[in-house]
Design a protein around this ligand. Structure first.
Ligand code: DAH
Length: 331
């Protein structure tokens, strides 16, 4: 018994001394565990006469309680110490330089849109926005685009059902605007997203257009030419000192005569940049505006085209990959 009590005393000293939770755990197992000192000692009492056994048992039990209490106290102390240490170690160093919030910039397409919108606003156009999910009546029928026109093809158009589609052009807004403001003068632009099944260096399935429409008495092609030329000179002369533009005869079902405007910039060949023309009498009739009294012109500007030329970018897809290394250059 003396030897046992001696071992227990040694253990108490070790518990008091340790500053390490793992060591404490180890001592606990060695003492109180299934094969620990106490279990071993109690086993040896089995063959003793009952009275002696109960006397020794009491002594052992008392020592066990003391050890348990000691371990409990010590564990609390060590746990608190470890929390304190963690707090001290992770203390905030207010002398370190802070992290700068990185300030976002406008997307180059947004920036280009804004510049175009601003030009037209400044000369008196109002701005209207329309739905991207469009009725085929506005996207095609009312624009004099016949049923068998290739643009309606499943291969080009994202149809939602037999009536609705993702608009392939902002031109449908001409109809919505003329239905709403049935009484010219009308001078509006309508910016927005359009969708086509197309994907290569020069095409993405979603892109941006700005539609323009002017309707009044005595509107002629020279009005169209004047405004479009001024717009392009204004848009490009801030970066390039000389540009050339040309009007090339073209065809759109909703304008007659129709033209495309090509632009010649340094280091490029002639590039088509927008479509335009005099509003077709059928289109005016479709919205109950009398083509004998009123005439108008319309235009559709491809924003990505402008942005590519303006920023000198050769692959359109870069605009939509959201690579920050690319986008950060336009801040
Ligand atoms: N909607 C045509 C397109 O997406 C562009 C266009 C051409 C718009 C002539 C017009 C226009 O308003 O008059 O290709």
């Amino acid at each position: 018994m003396l030897k046992f009590l001696n071992v227990i005393e040694q253990t108490k000293i070790a518990i008091n001394k340790t500053t390490n939770l793992d060591v404490l755990e180890f001592l606990k197992v060695k003492c109180l565990g299934r094969n620990g000192h106490f279990t071993q000692k109690i086993k040896t009492l089995r063959n003793l006469p009952p009275e002696l056994r109960s006397k020794k048992y009491k002594i052992i039990n008392k020592a066990k309680k003391e050890i348990e209490e000691l371990i409990f106290q010590k564990r609390n102390v060590l746990q608190l110490m470890s929390i304190d240490k963690e707090i001290v170690d992770s203390v905030l160093d207010i002398s370190l330089p802070g992290r700068k919030p990185s300030i976002a910039g406008l997307h180059p397409i947004t920036h280009t849109m804004n510049r175009v919108i601003l030009f037209f606003k400044n000369i008196g156009f109002s701005v209207v926005y329309g739905p991207e999910i469009e009725n085929s009546y506005y996207n095609f029928d009312a624009l004099n685009i016949p049923d068998n026109h290739p643009a309606r093809n499943e291969q080009d158009t994202f149809w939602i059902d037999t009536t609705y589609l993702l608009r392939t052009q902002t031109s449908g807004m001409q109809i919505r605007v003329m239905q709403e403001i049935n009484d010219p003068p009308i001078m509006v632009i309508s910016p927005g997203r359009v969708y086509r099944k197309d994907y290569d260096k020069y095409h993405t399935p979603m892109f941006h257009q700005i539609e323009g429409l002017v309707v009044d008495k005595n509107i002629s092609f020279s009005n169209l030419k004047y405004i479009m030329s001024n717009f392009l000179y204004d848009f490009f002369t801030s970066i390039k000192n000389s540009i050339k533009i040309r009007f090339r005869p073209s065809y759109f079902p909703f304008t007659a005569p129709s033209a495309e405007i090509d632009i010649l910039l340094k280091n490029y060949d002639w590039l088509e940049i927008l479509g335009c023309g005099m509003v077709h009498p059928h289109v005016l009739n479709n919205v109950n505006i009398d083509p004998k009294i009123f005439s108008g012109f319309a235009f559709g500007i491809g924003i990505e085209r402008l942005a590519m030329l303006y920023y000198d970018i050769t692959d359109l897809r870069l605009f939509f990959e959201n690579d920050l290394r690319f986008l950060k250059q336009f801040k």
